[in-house]
Design a protein around this ligand. Structure first.
Ligand SMILES: Cc1cc2nc3c(=O)[nH]c(=O)nc-3n(C[C@H](O)[C@H](O)[C@H](O)COP(=O)(O)OP(=O)(O)OC[C@H]3O[C@@H](n4cnc5c(N)ncnc54)[C@H](O)[C@@H]3O)c2cc1C
Length: 324
């Protein structure tokens, strides 16, 4: 492991100033469950690690008139056990409890989950200089690609691994990005960018920015949501296909519907074609099957991962039917 310095700011202002002023390559550490693996393997080699465990005000969940405000240092376990989440946002609880193991959920944070790096075996191999690490090739493209992207690829075929991201996007969550230049708020959906924008990263954060807050709109009468995650193993595992669905069925019609797929694409993927088929139409099983079948029409499987199309259609169908 390469040596690095460590900084431990105590306030959000100190954190913002530190990121703005440092000339060194700095990486934020939240719970460390992803970053420390990367440091140990050498896949990440910063000069400075900015440990944000001690920054006041970044952990916790509060409720106000606009909904939930989730601090990025809230652990995944605390999110899953929060009374408001359990009562009003079961989809979030399901996504949180679907990920990793109890130990990792106790240490890993919401912010870390939303900013975690991909699990592609070529990216995680310190011997391999792939495009994401500044090289010229995506080795998954012609190599072993069973777990790789069938949507949003091109130059790089990682799958974005966060279960929370899909659930939060389907709920219409927004994020606050902090920096010494001031805060900015945007839909979580716009936080992620495909490799065609910048192959070396998965989100829009600049080097002086950090994830400061996640905001989830308040609950709405009749709105339901569910998270369906399909894994290769019965024990902890990342999704090979997942569907986060939030919607309202009113008078037998899909009056609102939001479908976000995970495990399939380089970023959490909004299933707009399926949403368009369902929105405003009678909520029948036949229509749901049609929408799920057509959802993957634009996908481009690689040699070993066409099987994901059927799995994704099944996950979408199951999650949408749970709204009825
Ligand atoms: C064995 C294993 C299984 C797992 N299974 C799943 C799974 O099934 N589904 C799933 O979704 N995840 C899974 N994970 C990922 C796990 O959820 C993450 O490791 C965890 O949530 C990261 O949180 P952390 O606080 O430890 O982040 P860290 O490791 O501290 O950071 C992760 C990344 O996020 C960045 N970061 C952290 N906080 C911020 C912030 N506030 N602003 C900007 N950047 C930030 C860091 O710089 C780093 O790049 C698994 C991990 C392991 C090790």
């Amino acid at each position: 492991m390469r040596e690095f310095k460590i900084a431990q700011p105590k306030t959000v202002e100190e954190l913002a100033a530190l990121l703005a002023e440092t000339k060194e390559k700095a990486l934020i550490m939240a719970g460390g469950t992803d970053l420390i693996d990367e440091l140990k393997s050498g896949v990440a080699a910063p000069d400075l690690v900015v440990d944000i465990q001690g920054v006041a005000g970044l952990a916790g969940i509060a409720r106000d008139k606009d909904g939930l405000r989730i601090g990025p240092m809230t652990t995944v376990a605390a999110l899953a056990g929060n009374a408001d989440v359990v009562r009003d946002y079961p989809i979030l609880k399901e996504a949180a409890l679907s990920l990793a193991t109890p130990q990792l959920r106790n240490a890993g944070t919401v912010g870390g989950n939303l900013c975690q790096r991909p699990r592609c075996w070529y990216y995680r191999d310190p011997q391999v200089l792939c495009r994401k690490k500044g090289g010229f090739n995506c080795f998954a493209f012609q190599g072993r690609n069973k777990y790789h992207a069938i949507l949003g690829g091109g130059g790089c075929f990682i799958v974005y691994p966060s279960d929370l991201a899909s659930a939060l996007i389907s709920l219409g969550a927004r994020v606050t990005i902090g920096s010494a230049r001031g805060d900015k708020v945007m839909p979580l959906e716009d936080f992620y960018k495909p490799p065609s924008v910048d192959v070396t990263k998965e989100n829009i954060l600049a080097r002086d920015e950090f994830l400061k807050e996640v905001r989830v709109p308040g609950p709405k009468p009749g709105r339901k949501g569910t998270y369906v995650k399909l894994k290769e193993r019965g024990t902890w595992d990342f999704a090979i296909a997942s569907a986060a669905v939030t919607g309202v069925v009113k008078g037998g019609v899909f009056s609102e519907i939001s479908i976000v797929a995970g495990g399939l694409a380089t970023i959490p993927w909004r299933m707009k074609r399926a949403e368009d088929i369902l929105r405003g139409k009678p909520a029948t099983e036949a229509l749901v099957s049609q929408a799920a079948g057509e959802a993957l029409k634009d996908s481009s499987p690689l040699a070993e991962n066409a099987y994901k199309k059927d799995l994704a259609a099944a996950a979408i169908k199951r999650a949408v039917l749970a709204l009825l």
